[in-house]
Design a protein around this ligand. Structure first.
Ligand code: ADP
Ligand code: ZN
Ligand code: ZN
Length: 747
C-alpha cells in the first residue's frame, strides 16, 4: 500500500480511503461522476476528506491514494458518498509524515491519521474557523450615558472592557473576568447581546518584540551561534534549571520570525506552567496560539487553522501539537525532552520527540531539544554524532544547588511511609515559616520484593535483573530473561519475615501528615485533582502565598513550576524507582530526583532534599549526589550497551490484554510463533515472552507482552509489518485487545 497519485486516464477513478477503524488496511471506493463535477476541474488528492458507506454506517474517511486500478473487482466497489474537502486539509509533506508515523508505530492507518487531526475535523466538520460566542454592545450599550451605571461599578467595567475591544469580546474572556450575574444584568438591561462570530486573530505589526531580548552570556551566545536556522540539525541543549535555556529558545525563535517563518514549541504540560506561556507572550509582539487538552474543540480547531494559514506565528503545545500544520515552519523547540509524556501511552503510541526530529529533517529546519536531564536516547545520539550537543553549565541566577540527605529506612521507625527523622525535618521547616514539598512516586514502577530489616532484594538467578512481584499469581518473575519462582515469605539473608514490595506503604501518608501537622495546610496535587476546575489554581495560590504549608504531589510536581519558599523536598519512596525491574527505572529516578530537587531553594533560601530509601548506598544515589546527572547518565548508557538494551537495540512489544488472561497469552503465543517463522529469514531478531506486563492488572484486565528486539531497526520494522499482517487475518475476539508499541516507554 503506497501513498500515490496516478493521473486518471479512462475508467472510474479509484480512491484509496483510510477509515478510523482498528483494521490495518485501506479501502477502495470509486469516485462517481456527479462528485467529480463537485470538484470542479480539481483532482481528488491525498489528504482530502470524504464520506463513505462502511458497514451500514456513513463514516468520514481520508483519501490516501488515487489510482486507476484496484485489487477488488470493479462491480464490488462502492462509490464514495460525498466529498467533504475540495483541497487537502493538511499540506502534503505533513500528510506524508502522518502516514510514515502510522507505519513506523505499526498502528492501523485510519486510526492513526484521525488521531492526528482536531476532533471537529475527525467528525467531518468544516475546516474553517468555527464561530464562537461573543458579547457585543447593543446600540443602546454603545451610546450609554456613563451616569447610568454610576452605582454599578462592575457592570460599567464590563462595558468598558467591551468598548476597548472594538465593541465585542469572546465569551470565554468575559467569563474569566466577570461573574455571570454581572453579564446577565447588562443583558437584561439590553446593553449587551450574545453573537456568534469568528475569533479574530490579533493583528501583527512589523515589530516582532514587545520587550528587548536579554544580553546573552558567553555560553548562551556560543550555543545560539551554533544553531543554524537554514538547515536540518538536531541540537541537544543541556543545562540545569535556571541556566538560561528558555532565553535561547526565545532568541532562536526571534530569528525564525525575522525570516517570516513560524515556530513550534512543545512542552510537557501547559496547565502547570503558566509562567512559560506568559514569558513568550511578554517577549513577542506576534500571534501566539496554544494547543493542549484542556481547550474546547472549537478553540483547538481555531488555533490549528491559524497555524495552517500562517496567522499564528508561534504554536505552544503539548504532545499532539507535533501534528499541527504550518504554512512556513522554521523551527521546532522541545522543552524537557526527556519527559515521558511525549510518548503517547495508549492508542496511537507515537513519540512526539522522535517525530519532532523526523519532521525537522523532512522540512530541513532545526530542532532544539532542551533538558536539564537529557534522555539516554538523546545523549547517545550526541555520542554518535547525530545530534549537536550544546551545554550551559552555570545557573543564570544565583540560586544554590540543594543539599541532599538520605534517610535509611532500615534503621528508622516508619509510620504511613514517613520516617521519624523526616517528620522532624518537616516540623522544623514549618516552624521556620517555610514550605515543604512531599513527593509521592506513584506511577509505573514495577514492585520488587524488599526486606525491611536488611534491605535485601530479590534478584534473578540467571541475570543481573531484579525479580518483579506479581502478587495475584504469587510469583516473582524476571522481565529480562523470563525466569520465574514462587514468592517467598522469609528473607534469605536475615530470616526476617518483614518482606514488602518496594514503594508500598505511602497510600495514607497524606492523611497522616494532616493529623500530625493540624495547624498547617496540607495541599495535594496530582493528575486527578487537577482535572477539577480551579483546583490547580488553588494549589498554586497556596504555594505562591509563601505561607508555611506542606505541598503533596506526584510526578506532576517535577515539572516546571517554581516554588520560591519551598526549602525542603521529601522523596518518600525512592525504593520503587531504584529497585524496579524496568530497565528505564534508574534513568527516570535520576531525572526525577534532579528535577524535583530543582523545585526547591529557587528563591533566596537554599534547599534541602531528603531521600527515603532502604538502600542508602545504592550506586544511583551515590553517583547522583556526588557527581551529578550527566556522569550518572553516561554510566547508565554503558550499562545499557553491555545489556544490549535500547538505545543500543531496537525494541518493540506486542501488547495483549483481556479480562480472561488465557486469551491474551494464547494470542501472544500465536504472535510468537508467527514472529519465529518470519524471523528465520530476517537476521538478529530476539523474542521474549509472552510475559505478564510489569503492571499486570489494570482496570480489571490482565496485560501481557511479547518483546521483540533487533540490532537493526529496519529488520525489526520488516518483521513487525509481516507479523501485523498475519495477526490481522486472525479471527477477531472482542474480549481481547492487542496493539503494537514501538520504542515503548513502559513494559
Ligand atoms: P531555563 O530555561 O534553563 O530554566 P531561563 O532561560 O528560564 O532558564 O533562565 C533562568 C532565569 O535567568 C530567568 O529569570 C531569565 O530571565 C534569566 N536569564 C536567562 N538568561 C539571562 C541573561 N543572558 N541575562 C540575564 N538574565 C538571564
Ligand atoms: Zn533481610
Ligand atoms: Zn533473569
Amino acid at each position: 500500500m503506497e501513498f500515490s497519485v496516478d493521473m486518471p486516464q479512462n475508467g472510474p477513478t479509484i480512491l484509496r480511503i483510510a477509515i478510523p477503524s482498528p483494521l490495518r488496511s485501506t479501502f477502495d471506493y470509486t469516485l462517481p461522476e456527479d462528485l467529480r463535477l463537485k470538484l470542479d476541474e480539481r483532482q481528488p488528492l491525498p489528504g482530502m476528506r470524504v464520506n463513505v458507506e462502511f458497514g451500514r454506517r456513513i463514516m468520514v474517511g481520508l483519501i490516501v491514494g488515487v489510482s486507476q486500478c484496484s485489487e477488488i473487482a470493479r462491480d464490488k466497489l462502492k462509490d464514495i458518498s460525498d466529498i467533504i474537502d475540495v483541497s487537502p486539509i493538511v499540506p502534503s509533506d505533513l500528510f506524508e509524515l502522518f502516514i510514515w508515523s502510522a507505519y513506523y508505530y505499526q498502528h492501523p492507518i485510519g486510526e492513526a491519521l484521525f488521531t492526528a487531526l482536531p476532533t471537529l475535523l475527525r467528525k467531518g466538520g468544516p475546516a474553517v474557523a468555527p464561530r464562537i460566542p461573543h458579547w457585543k454592545l447593543t446600540q443602546l450599550g454603545a451610546e450609554l450615558d456613563p451616569q447610568i451605571l454610576k452605582r454599578a461599578a462592575k457592570q460599567q467595567k464590563l462595558i468598558d472592557v467591551i468598548q476597548q475591544n472594538n465593541g465585542c469580546v469572546a465569551e470565554s474572556e468575559v467569563n474569566s473576568l466577570f461573574s455571570s450575574a454581572v453579564r446577565n444584568q447588562l443583558k437584561d438591561k439590553g446593553l449587551i447581546e450574545s453573537v456568534l462570530i469568528e475569533q479574530k486573530a490579533k493583528a501583527s505589526t512589523d515589530e516582532i518584540l514587545n520587550q528587548p531580548s536579554l544580553k546573552l552570556d558567553s555560553q548562551q551566545q556560543i550555543a545560539l551561534n551554533a544553531i543554524d536556522l537554514h538547515s536540518f540539525n538536531s541540537y541537544l541543549l543541556e543545562g540545569v534549571t535556571g541556566s538560561g535555556k528558555t532565553e535561547i529558545y526565545l532568541q532562536a525563535i526571534e530569528q525564525a520570525l525575522r525570516y517570516e517563518r513560524q515556530a513550534l514549541v512543545l512542552i510537557p504540560e501547559i496547565s502547570l506552567t503558566p509562567q512559560t506561556e506568559k514569558r513568550f507572550r511578554d517577549r513577542f509582539n506576534a500571534n501566539i496560539v496554544t494547543l493542549h487538552s484542556k481547550m474546547t474543540d472549537n478553540q483547538r480547531l481555531e488555533a490549528w487553522l491559524q497555524a495552517r494559514s500562517g496567522q499564528a506565528k508561534i504554536v505552544l503545545g503539548t504532545r499532539s501539537a507535533i501534528f499541527t500544520p504550518f504554512k512556513n515552519l522554521g523551527l521546532i523547540v522541545m522543552d524537557e525532552e526527556h519527559d515521558s509524556s511525549y510518548k503517547q501511552q495508549d492508542g496511537f503510541r507515537y513519540s512526539a520527540r522522535d517525530l519532532a526530529v523526523i519532521r525537522a529533517q523532512r522540512n530541513n529546519i532545526p530542532a532544539i531539544l532542551g533538558s536539564a536531564t537529557p534522555s539516554l536516547e538523546s545523549l547517545n545520539n550526541c555520542n554518535q554524532g547525530r545530534y549537536k550537543h550544546l551545554t550551559l553549565d552555570k545557573r543564570a541566577n544565583s540560586a544554590k544547588a540543594p543539599d541532599w540527605s538520605v534517610v535509611d529506612l532500615k534503621t528508622e521507625s516508619i509510620e504511613c511511609g514517613i520516617a521519624n527523622t523526616t517528620l522532624d525535618a518537616i516540623d522544623a521547616t514549618l516552624k521556620a515559616k517555610q514550605q515543604v514539598l512531599v513527593f509521592l512516586n506513584r506511577r509505573g514502577f514495577a514492585p520488587t520484593l524488599l526486606c525491611h530489616q536488611c534491605g535485601w532484594t530479590a534478584k534473578c538467578q540467571n541475570c543481573d535483573s531484579k525479580l518483579t512481584v506479581h502478587k495475584a499469581r504469587g510469583r516473582l518473575i524476571c522481565h529480562h530473561c523470563g525466569y520465574q519462582q514462587r514468592q517467598i515469605n522469609q528473607c534469605p539473608s536475615c530470616n526476617s519475615t518483614d518482606l514488602m514490595a518496594a514503594g508500598e506503604g505511602t497510600e495514607r501518608s497524606e492523611d497522616f501528615l494532616q493529623q500530625r501537622f493540624p495547624d498547617y495546610p496540607i495541599v495535594r496535587v496530582d493528575r486527578e485533582s487537577t482535572r477539577k476546575k480551579g483546583a490547580l489554581e488553588a494549589f498554586v495560590a497556596t504555594a505562591d502565598s509563601g505561607e508555611p504549608c506542606v505541598l503533596v504531589g506526584t510526578q506532576i510536581l517535577a515539572k516546571g513550576h517554581h516554588f520560591e519558599n519551598v526549602t525542603l523536598v521529601v522523596i518518600l519512596d525512592a525504593d520503587s524507582g531504584l529497585m524496579s525491574a524496568d530497565f528505564r527505572s534508574h534513568e527516570r529516578m535520576g531525572q526525577l530526583l534532579t528535577q524535583v530537587a530543582g523545585r526547591s531553594g529557587r528563591g533566596k533560601l537554599s534547599g534541602q532534599v531528603i531521600v527515603q530509601t532502604h538502600q542508602p548506598e545504592h550506586p544511583v544515589l551515590d553517583q547522583l549526589f556526588n557527581q551529578g546527572y550527566r556522569p550518572l547518565a553516561q554510566q547508565l548508557l554503558s550499562q545499557r550497551q553491555q545489556g544490549q538494551l535500547p538505545p543500543f537495540r531496537a525494541l518493540a512489544v506486542i501488547r495483549a490484554e483481556s479480562s480472561y488472561p488465557k486469551l491474551a497469552t494464547d494470542f501472544l503465543s500465536l504472535a510468537r510463533q508467527i514472529s519465529q517463522q518470519h524471523a528465520v529469514s530476517i537476521v538478529g531478531i530476539d523474542l521474549l515472552g509472552p510475559l505478564p506486563a510489569l503492571m499486570e492488572k489494570r482496570s480489571g484486565r490482565y496485560r501481557f507482552i511479547l518483546q521483540i528486539t533487533s540490532a537493526k531497526r529496519s529488520n525489526l520494522q520488516q518483521l513487525l509489518t509481516e507479523v501485523a499482517g498475519a495477526l490481522e487475518k486472525n479471527k477477531k475476539d472482542h474480549k481481547l485487545r492487542w496493539s503494537f508499541d514501538v520504542d515503548p516507554q513502559e513494559l
